[in-house]
Design a protein around this ligand. Structure first.
Ligand code: 2NL
Length: 358
């Protein structure tokens, strides 16, 4: 029978000499694997006399333990060395200046969404998202939009081919409101969310795109009133357009899902052909808003005598065009790199209320 001391010294020597994790793994297989050397030794036990088998078996098991421990320790050593090497090679100097040769840009829509998140985030809003393909209930019915409303017509909305057994059709959401409906139905107030995202309407001309972006906001709590709506939206307009004394006007309006409803205008001047946001004789419509209609709250399982709230919505392309002086809506989706280099933002121009939202 083989002398196990010599075998052990041989194997431990090989383990110590293995140069990397791969060599170590090969060794492990060649010793402990299914057709490994130690496995072969264990198989010889069956041919031994009982007391011989007992002593030899114990010795082989002890050897197995020693080998496993040595393999484990060596593997740890190699893993640690490999990690040290990677940390050394992949070290990033975060104090280096921005590389001048990077000419990727953040699209103005993405930048504007990041600004909205920074501004409303500071006021305690979180971001909610939902599906682009919606059903009639979440896109229309829950929002108190009547069956005869023009938005429901074939002509204005993208309907998908019916798939369900009942013949009902899905729609490409025409606003981001279904996300608010889902939020109200699945959670309890207080709710304070903004919902930026893509929306779809069957409309295509110089000022309308079949796909465009909206941001809507929703606040539902006990004792929320129109004063909260006004304070929140005046603060938003002044921060977004970076004009401290920006005049803001609330004009009565109508939406099926809010009551009362208002449109918000900001002061501007249009002297000499150019548009200037800030004080001036003219007004510019920025967004729509209102107190959430009691029927909408009830449709979402909320008791309108217990909870109130306000909501608002605006087009992201529109406010981006106004803020950044982009004259043509269609250019947003042309993927023209010259346009993006001109109107886009450097990746490190991250909007925040400290660094400024522009
Ligand atoms: C606009 C006006 C608005 C809302 C959107 C809303 C959503 C729910 C309940 C009540 Cl779930 N209201 N959204 C309210 C008022 C105006 O958008 O001009 N958008 C471009």
């Amino acid at each position: 029978m083989e002398n196990l001391d010599a075998v052990r010294e041989d194997w431990l020597g090989q383990i110590a000499a293995a140069g990397n994790a791969d060599a170590l793994e090969q060794l492990r297989v060649s010793i402990l694997g299914r057709s490994g050397q130690l496995t072969a030794l264990l198989k010889t036990l069956g041919g031994l006399a009982p007391d011989e088998r007992k002593a030899r078996g114990a010795a082989l098991n002890q050897l197995k333990g020693v080998v496993e421990e040595a393999l484990g320790a060596a593997k740890q050593k190699h893993d640690r060395a490999a990690l040290d090497q990677r940390l050394k090679e992949e070290r990033i100097d975060v104090t280096l200046p921005v590389r001048a040769d990077i000419d990727g840009r953040v699209h103005p829509i993405s930048q504007t969404i990041d600004e909205l998140i920074a501004i409303f985030g500071e006021m305690g809003f979180t971001v909610a998202e939902g599906p682009h393909i919606e059903d009639d209930f979440h896109n229309f019915t829950a929002l108190n939009i009547p069956p005869e409303h023009p938005a429901r017509q074939e002509h204005d909305t993208f309907y998908l081919t019916p798939r369900a057994a009942d013949g009902s059709r899905k729609v490409l959401r025409t606003h981001t409101s279904p996300v608010q409906i889902r939020t109200m139905m699945s959670g309890k107030p207080p709710i304070r969310i903004i919902v930026p995202g893509r929306t779809f309407r069957s409309d295509h001309d110089a000022t309308h795109s079949p796909m465009f972006h909206q941001v809507e906001g929703l606040v539902i709590e006990k004792n929320i009133h129109m004063g909260h709506l006004k304070g929140c939206l005046i603060e938003f307009c002044r921060t977004f357009f970076d004009v401290d004394d920006l005049p803001v006007r609330f004009r009565p309006s109508y939406f099926p899902f809010t009551e009362p409803s208002a449109e918000v205008d900001i002061g501007c001047s249009r002297e000499g052909g150019g548009l200037k946001i800030g004080a001036g004789a003219d007004w510019l419509e920025i967004l729509g808003c209102g107190m959430v209609h009691p029927k909408v709250l009830a449709n979402c399982g909320l008791d309108p005598t217990e909870y109130q709230g306000f909501a608002f919505g605006m087009g992201i392309e529109r406010i981006a065009m106004l803020k950044y002086g982009i004259p043509d809506l269609r250019t947003f989706y042309e993927s023209d790199l010259r346009w993006l280099r001109h109107y886009g933002f450097l990746p490190l121009d991250v909007p925040s209320l400290v660094s400024g939202t522009r």
